[in-house]
Design a protein around this ligand. Structure first.
Ligand code: HEM
Length: 401
């Protein structure tokens, strides 16, 4: 890495609150000793996918069985629901192996994580939605995959489906038998497996991709860091009270989620220190604008105005700049709104302090902020419609153009 790009990585990492210094070399240098497994061959996850289910999905797609699987999937929602009888035998056999929590899942930690998610939902909505959501558009591989897959043509629907994942992950009983997260994660794993077969057939995707097959274990780790690792670091930077037990629990819910998404245990960080070291290696250096990402960001930031939440676009642009840095705001050509920028920089820290009971007097602008946050949360929760979550379906093709 040249000195110039190294400096760029360092300053961007600092702006995002993510460490960007160590280990920004090309080779995979993260030790499996820092993983939940504690050991491993040290194989680069760049070349690790999800072989068994990937092969299964090739067969199901070729045999034209996905529409029937999608219909059967409608009744499969809760973790303790029986596997649908309409599933092909191979799919049932595979799900019987994976549709459960790993042996190392700790139910007390998962319950604590859910409680933490409930207590801090305001910040989590803002950070996952406007921080991680927009960060995904400057992760070039993710942006290109999402844009050229079938779902990329309708970002409102896609955002709602992705929200289903976050919503189920954060539910109080998400990991328990009557919760839904285990099933949602497995549906997502099936979608990713289908995408690995479909996208390489897209002339649009192959023209812009540096990979032959998308969504490797390394790519999933990158996305995890843009979600969990980033959000935790921001909460700490914002001085939101975040006791060690809550941090540990929050990490644990993500460790289990990564396992359910098919990431090998030798790559799942065992601690936040290990996660930040990994993030410095895989996430910060690869952030960059792309044609697809710029269009996706425009689509995503247009959604709140479609829902008529009373939040101005200038405010959204500036909030994104606030949480992700001006560098990313410039990459995405987010128009400036100096008044909104001044308001956010001036009031947001005090807004947090007041909400957390650390100061007694509400800052000027508190109610305006509160309305903004509530409106966005409602928009996310309701998808602007009925309050029901949008079912995840396996795609059978790609975006056409
Ligand atoms: C689909 C979550 C990583 C690309 C989905 C869906 C969810 C999801 C919930 C189903 C909803 C939908 O169909 O839109 C996640 C999570 C990840 C992750 C939690 C990691 C922590 C990735 C990565 C990539 C990717 C690394 C690509 C580099 C896609 C694509 C779809 C998809 C292309 C299919 C959209 C379609 O139907 O066309 N993901 N994902 N995902 N994901 Fe991921």
């Amino acid at each position: 890495m040249s000195n110039l790009s190294r400096r760029k990585v360092l300053s961007l990492g600092a702006a995002l609150g993510l460490v960007g210094a160590a280990g920004t070399s090309e080779a995979w240098a993260w030790s499996p000793a820092d993983s939940v497994a504690g050991y491993g061959a040290g194989t680069d996850p760049e070349y690790v996918w999800d072989d068994e289910v990937d092969q299964l999905l090739v067969t199901l797609l070729k045999e034209g069985r996905i529409p029937a699987v999608n219909s059967a999937m409608e009744s499969w929602v809760n973790n303790n629901d029986p596997l649908p009888t309409g599933f092909p035998a191979g799919l049932t056999a595979w799900l019987q192996k994976v549709n459960k929590l790993p042996t190392w899942a700790d139910s007390a930690k998962l319950a604590r994580a859910a409680d933490f998610n409930r207590r801090k939902d305001t910040y989590l909505f803002m950070l996952y939605g406007l921080g991680s959501g927009i960060m995904s558009t400057v992760i070039p591989r993710e942006a290109k995959s999402v844009y050229w897959s079938a779902g990329g043509a309708d970002m409102k629907d896609r955002a709602a489906k992705t929200f289903t994942f976050g919503y189920d992950l954060a539910q109080l009983k998400g990991f328990e038998p009557e919760g839904q997260f285990v099933v949602t994660a497995n549906k997502t794993r099936l979608v990713h497996a289908a995408v690995r077969h479909l996208l390489p057939q897209s002339p649009h995707w192959t023209a812009v991709s540096d990979q032959k097959i998308p969504i490797s274990n390394a790519d999933i780790l990158v996305t995890f860091h843009s979600l969990g690792t980033y959000v935790r670091r921001k909460l700490l930077d914002w001085k939101v009270p975040f006791p060690a037990e809550d941090q540990e629990a929050f990490l644990h819910s993500w460790q289990v989620a990564l396992h359910l998404l098919g990431v090998r245990e030798e790559y799942i960080p065992k601690s936040w220190a290990a996660a930040e070291a990994q993030s410095a290696q895989v996430l910060t250096p690869i952030l960059a604008p792309s044609t697809e990402g710029i269009k996706l960001a425009e689509d995503l930031l247009g959604l709140p105005s479609q829902l008529d939440l009373g939040v101005t676009r200038g405010f959204l642009n500036e909030f994104v700049r606030y949480v992700l840095s001006d560098q990313i705001g410039d990459w995405l050509s987010l128009k400036r709104d100096p008044a909104a920028a001044a308001l956010i920089r001036g009031v947001w820290p005090a807004y947090i302090k007041f909400r957390e009971g650390l100061i007694d007097v509400a800052p000027g602008g508190f109610y305006m902020f509160d309305q903004f946050v509530r409106a966005l949360a409602m928009g996310f929760l309701n998808n602007g419609q009925s309050g029901t979550t949008t079912p995840i379906v396996i795609p059978t093709g790609n975006r056409q153009g």
